[in-house]
Design a binder for this molecule. Structure first.
Ligand SMILES: C[S@@+](CC[C@H](N)C(=O)[O-])C[C@H]1O[C@@H](n2cnc3c(N)ncnc32)[C@H](O)[C@@H]1O
Length: 311
């Protein structure tokens, strides 16, 4: 019998790197093919995909021709639709438009791609990021010849699978009255995140997944970020008592996400090393963890993660 294919980038077989601490699961994998996730298993997707702006991500080339980029978006939107439960929601943080290779109405194109993939459109939240550094490209100064208008906002279109209302049943909402009143007004104002804070080129701020998770999910729900990067969504989901899964194609970002979700980044120092079938993470934890620790991550097949005090 042929050996199962296990390379994460093929999308076949189990993920190459798979860490599960009971609340957070971080997997190295390709989100166009999440074969390690079951159909209809996810309640809320919160993510920020690559924007095709030639960003220097580790393993991923962020510079596709625009039409190829949109085809790629449709592929992972279809895969997210498969893993979403009925009533599942998808909140996708994207720009309003992009300028690379000519002006593109990327937000409008995402709505079309997601609809093609089966999703229904619900609403859009405008994130007023107030990034004034973008106010340098005026085009023609004080002349109608070719002025540029730039909106310092990002968009969060919200989609759902088949039906919008969900039954509460035995599930627990965790949003407060004041949060609900403030966040159901669809212009959200808070600052972006510094890339230097977590060692990833394009993190979003914790406030973004925090609001989306508390507004759109129950505590018993499963949250997925298919482009988890430095692990922001999963760290916030954990802080809010939700189970979550984070997927990234880059093993370095997966390790970063694991460290962050375990609460050891940026407390370090930490070190990763490999044995024949395991990845080991060692280091001293943050102050409230009294013991140094070792963590063994199964490389394949998936098994329990061992956390034990160092000798
Ligand atoms: C905009 S970043 C996400 C940042 C994240 N929100 C955070 O706060 O750190 C996009 C991520 O998508 C990852 N990526 C690119 N292609 C992917 C794919 N096919 N499957 C999974 N992850 C992918 C990149 O490695 C990158 O870390």
């Amino acid at each position: 019998m042929a050996e199962p294919v296990t390379d994460a980038n093929t999308g076949l077989g189990p993920p190459a790197l798979d860490h599960n601490d009971g609340l957070v699961r971080i997997c190295q994998g390709d989100s166009t093919s999440l074969t390690f996730l079951q159909d209809a298993s996810v309640n809320l997707i919160v993510t920020s995909p690559p924007y095709n702006l030639d960003m220097a991500y580790g393993d991923y080339r962020d510079d596709k021709p625009y039409t190829a980029y949109l085809k790629w978006v449709e592929r992972w939107a279809e895969e997210l639709y498969r893993v979403a439960d009925v009533g599942g929601r998808a909140c996708i943080n994207i720009p309003l438009d992009t300028n690379k290779g000519g002006k593109q109405a990327i937000y409008a194109d995402y709505i079309a791609s997601f609809r093609n993939a089966g999703w229904s459109y619900h609403t859009t939240i405008v994130w007023n990021e107030q990034n004034i550094s973008r106010r340098t490209a005026w085009g023609s100064w004080m002349s109608p010849t070719a002025p540029f208008v730039t909106a310092p906002v990002e968009m969060i279109p919200v989609f759902y699978k088949e039906k919008w209302p969900r039954k509460k049943e035995h599930r627990t909402p965790t949003i407060s009255r004041d949060e609900f009143l403030e966040w159901t007004l669809g212009i959200w104002t808070f600052a972006g995140e510094r890339p230097s804070r977590f060692g990833h080129p394009a993190p979003f701020p914790e406030e973004l997944p925090r609001r989306l998770i508390r507004l759109y999910s129950f505590r018993e729900d499963l949250v997925l970020d298919p482009f988890v990067g430095s692990g922001t969504t999963c760290a916030v989901a954990k802080a809010n008592g939700r189970h979550s899964i984070g997927v990234d194609i880059d093993p370095g970002y997966c390790k970063l996400a694991i460290e962050r979700c375990m609460g050891v980044y940026p407390h370090g120092p930490t070190q990763w090393f490999e044995s024949s079938d395991r990845l080991w993470l060692t280091g001293a934890g943050p102050n409230q963890m009294s013991l140094p620790w070792n963590v063994a991550l199964p490389v394949n097949p998936v098994a329990d993660v061992t956390v034990k005090p160092a000798d």
